[in-house]
Design a protein around this ligand. Sequence first.
Ligand code: 4NP
Length: 165
Amino acid sequence: MVPENPDSRRTTVLFVCLGNICRSPLAEGVFTHLVREAGLADRFTVDSAGTGAWHVGEPPDARASMVASQHGVELLSRARQITGRDLERFDWVIAMDRENLRNIERMAETIDARARIHLLREFDRDRDSDEVPDPYYGDVRSFETVYGIVHRSCEALLERLLSTA
Ligand code: 4NP
């Protein structure tokens, strides 16, 4: 959670997917891991949310947690639904696919949003698509593929945020 009076030295990043149990928890976990590895944990606040409410309160999908843990990344999120307030207080809101992006942008039209809203794969230098595929109805290999996309994109996102901070 982001505190009500966020430390202005921190860059705040919210990753968003549909259910907040597969892709955005992976992105939150991977990005948090990368900033810790870089010794930059005190410079970032990282969170995730879903555009849908079906899984609110649930931990990440067991397949996402398993694949993450195989890469030394722990997923600690609990699913929540994105709110308009998120778009007022986060610096960066990073969507996993175009449908998420459309829903977030629609929400942003009605409020005083200050977040910069982007697709995660805008930062992926090896992209064959601008979307992170939804692995929910796939098998564990789909989660491994998504992990690779998310990791590559988060590394590039961190570089970009450090260059604009
Ligand atoms: P996520 O994956 O958006 O990456 O968390 C999904 C999780 C749940 C559902 C769809 C996608 N669902 O339909 O319940």
